[in-house]
Design a protein around this ligand. Structure first.
Ligand code: NAP
Length: 435
């Protein structure tokens, strides 16, 4: 009975759904041994370090990941870095298929003057900072300003803006990083402005996330009704309106028209404002925007500008895949054809298709890639796996060690009335896994 050895690099949603697709494809005649390799000492990828802490429901998908991890034939090798502890060449030689599920973690750049000023931060740093990612604990975030600007009209921009705009006491019962919670509680920010460069009809927000905004207890959310009306009449002229777009505009209209509570914390969403310069002496002080308009379906500059005074800018304008030896990146993605990279190397998730889609999108994507891999399999290899490639003494966090870390975090959380308190220190994470 052929048993194929599969290496999956990256223990995020795309990696787990790939493992699940292999598990689901097993028959009496075909089985898979799956080694999941992860650079961090903890698995779950963006479910741990990306999903907003005030959206705990989304994180319940981790239960699915743990079920996959407990299925026979699955092994976790966390605290093992591709390109440092093991090479892609080694994996290619020893495994029947290697699937890269390494995501996109490099924040895209605006490419405008002043972007390098202190307190202009990419969401690629800000989000893992408040989510206790061990690589981002020292990100310098200064919240000692009354206004923050978030650039981008997608769900990441919305997460970031919400976290900055809500009363931090609302984060007490969440798994927000302790260091971030302290900073949020000292924050002087009372106004957060999300700026999208195109119109409401072009925004990448999704309706369920928009519909949550008027429900915020301690924050009033503003959108200019006129911008929504104009967008609605523009799209009506184009003919049939797609359901998602109609829902989005409706959700924005609800925000624009809902009664304000008159609280001091404010979140505003502005459209047709493209950043052209960030100014400040020693840190961000103001942002200059070109005002755009939509004419004949095209977004064009009006020639007018507006300046917003703000002491913090967070850019949430998308991500690119990280580069490492032996891998080509094109347009921010690992070069691939329908998930095939070269020889027995494949790619899935954001690294394959770019940073689009929610967690569940990775499921169908991974199913397709696994189907392709299975159709390309030949004679199974006879070789040793990851352990034989690592230097002696290398501390691997396997599933059992991870369960110890997980249990320890959950127990600390229970005492504090939170789902968990995340450990942020790499060494302490490893020693928790050893305990
Ligand atoms: P996104 O949805 O692609 O949004 C990126 C935004 O940045 C767009 O509005 C884009 O505007 C804007 N942008 C790009 N370059 C810009 C520039 N130079 N200047 C100004 N604006 C610029 O990306 P994302 O927000 O990072 O989210 C990634 C994926 O994760 C999305 O599929 C999202 O739905 C998903 N996600 C889901 C949730 C959730 O379900 N709760 C939470 C977070 C993320 P243009 O359209 O004009 O390019």
């Amino acid at each position: 009975m052929p048993n194929y050895k599969i290496a999956i690099v990256g223990a995020g949603p795309a990696g787990y759904f790939t493992a699940q697709a292999f598990q689901n494809a097993q028959t009496d005649e075909l089985t898979f041994s799956i080694d999941m390799i992860e650079r961090l000492p903890t698995p779950w990828g963006l479910v741990r370090s990306g999903v907003a802490p005030d959206h705990p429901k989304i994180k319940t998908v981790s239960k699915v990941f743990e079920k996959i991890a407990k299925t026979e034939g699955f092994s976790l090798f966390a605290n093992v870095e591709l390109g440092k502890d093991i090479s892609l060449k080694d994996l290619r030689e020893r495994y029947d298929a290697v699937v890269l599920a390494t995501g996109s973690s490099k924040g895209r750049k605006l490419g405008i003057p002043g972007e390098e000023l202190p307190n202009c931060i990419s969401a690629a740093e800000f989000v893992p900072w408040y989510n206790a990612h061990p690589d981002f604990i020292n990100v310098e975030v200064d919240l000692n300003t009354d206004t923050a600007v978030v650039i981008g009209a997608g769900n990441v921009a919305m997460d970031v803006a919400r976290l900055l705009a809500i009363n931090p006491l609302e984060l007490d019962p969440t798994d927000t990083a302790e260091h971030a919670l302290v900073k949020f509680k000292q924050s002087q920010i009372r106004k957060v402005i999300i700026c999208g460069r195109r119109g409401p009809e072009h925004a990448a927000f999704t309706a369920p996330e928009l519909r949550d905004l008027p429900k915020l207890e301690n924050t009033d959310v503003y959108i200019d009704t006129e911008q929504i009306n104009q967008a609605a009449s523009r799209i009506e002229q184009l003919g049939e309106v797609e359901k998602d777009l109609r829902n989005n505009l409706e959700a924005m209209r609800l925000i624009a028209e809902h009664n304000k509570k008159g609280v001091e914390r404010k979140l505003e969403i502005r459209f047709l404002s493209a950043p052209i310069e960030i100014k400040g002496r020693d840190k961000v002080e103001e942002i200059v925007f070109a005002i755009n308009e939509v004419k004949d379906g095209k977004v064009i500059a009006t020639g007018k500008t507006i300046t917003i005074k703000a002491g913090l800018v967070v850019t949430a304008i998308g991500y690119d895949a990280v580069e490492y030896a032996g891998i080509n990146i094109e347009n921010g993605r690992i070069t691939n054809i329908a998930g095939h990279v070269e020889h027995n190397v494949y790619v899935t998730g954001w690294a394959k298709r770019g940073p689009v889609g929610v967690i569940g999108t990775n499921k169908s994507d991974s199913n397709d890639v696994v189907e392709l891999i299975i159709s390309n399999l030949t004679e199974p290899k006879v070789s040793e796996g990851v352990s034989s490639l690592l230097k002696s003494g290398h501390e691997v966090i396997d599933q059992l060690s991870w369960e110890k870390i997980n249990a320890s975090e959950v127990i600390s959380g229970e005492i504090a009335g939170k789902p968990r308190i995340k450990e942020v220190d790499w060494k302490r994470l490893i020693s928790l896994g050893r305990s």
